[in-house]
Design a protein. Structure first.
Length: 59
C-alpha cells in the first residue's frame, strides 16, 4: 500500500480495502495516525501564518 493511499484512508478520503482484516489494535493505530497527521497539518498552517501572512500585515 502506498503512503498517499494510507493517508487518504486515515483522513477518510479513500475507502479502505474490504478484504483487509480489521482488529481493534488496527483501529487504535489508525486513530493515532489520524490525530498526528491533523496536528502536523495544523502546525504547518500556523508556521505559514507566522512566516508569510503576519509580515505582510505588519508592513
Amino acid at each position: 500500500m502506498g503512503i498517499w493511499r494510507q493517508i487518504g484512508e486515515y483522513l477518510f478520503i479513500k475507502k479502505r480495502d474490504p478484504n483487509e482484516p480489521r482488529t481493534s489494535w488496527m483501529k487504535y493505530m489508525h486513530g493515532m495516525n489520524r490525530i498526528s497527521i491533523l496536528i502536523f497539518l495544523a502546525a504547518l498552517v500556523i508556521i505559514l501564518f507566522k512566516l508569510v501572512i503576519l509580515p505582510l500585515i505588519r508592513k
